[in-house]
Design a protein around this ligand. Sequence first.
Ligand code: FPP
Length: 223
Amino acid sequence: MDGNGRWAAKRGLPRTAGHVAGAETFRRVATYCKEIGVEYLTVYAFSTENWKRSSEEIEAIMGLFGKYLEEAIRDMEKNRVRIHFFGDLSPLSEPLRDLCAQVEEKSKTFEGVQLNMCINYGGRDEILRAVRAWGENIAAGECSPSDLTEERFSGLLDSAGVPDPDLIIRPSGEQRLSNFLLWQAAYSELYYTDVLWPDFNEEELEKAITAFHSRSRRYGGTK
Ligand code: FPP
């Protein structure tokens, strides 16, 4: 969800105003995804590198997460979206971690749509945590190195049980993955747009989906 800061700067507003607008866009796009039948929506909300920002900006973003999670709990029965978190939540404040745990627990039986929120998420960090977990299994004598397959490794990631993304959309004109789903993105279609995240909307999403449908996905094969 990139471009919040630039969106605010263009309007002479503080960066935090860009995040407030970005959170509104997130609500709108997530609602639209549900309407059109997207089964899995994964949003990159806060990376392992985003801690480099000012404490004021970090607090504002964490505050927006808290507000959204409280709303999610309040509207749970109406929305019926399964919510899951990718990332290492341990550095978050206790109240925020508690909200994440409640949201995950209360929404776990909903079927149909899953929203994955990446918070303190980094693809490299996720891979390292998975490798450590596998190492611990080996040390405990539960398996040997040669038992590791792509499927088993996928099952150790935050995204265990979630299909790899078909389409990754990055707004704001930057053309890179920035540590997002590095393992899972092996065969994802990438879509870049210059639109800043707060200006992203249903129409922009439709453009991305239309572009996706025009791609030929060969997965290294010829057909
Ligand atoms: C990247 O734009 C955005 C973030 C690091 C924070 C994303 C947070 C939100 C959209 C608000 C809260 C979200 C939810 C799910 C309630 P940037 O700040 O790097 O923009 P810039 O590149 O223009 O500076």
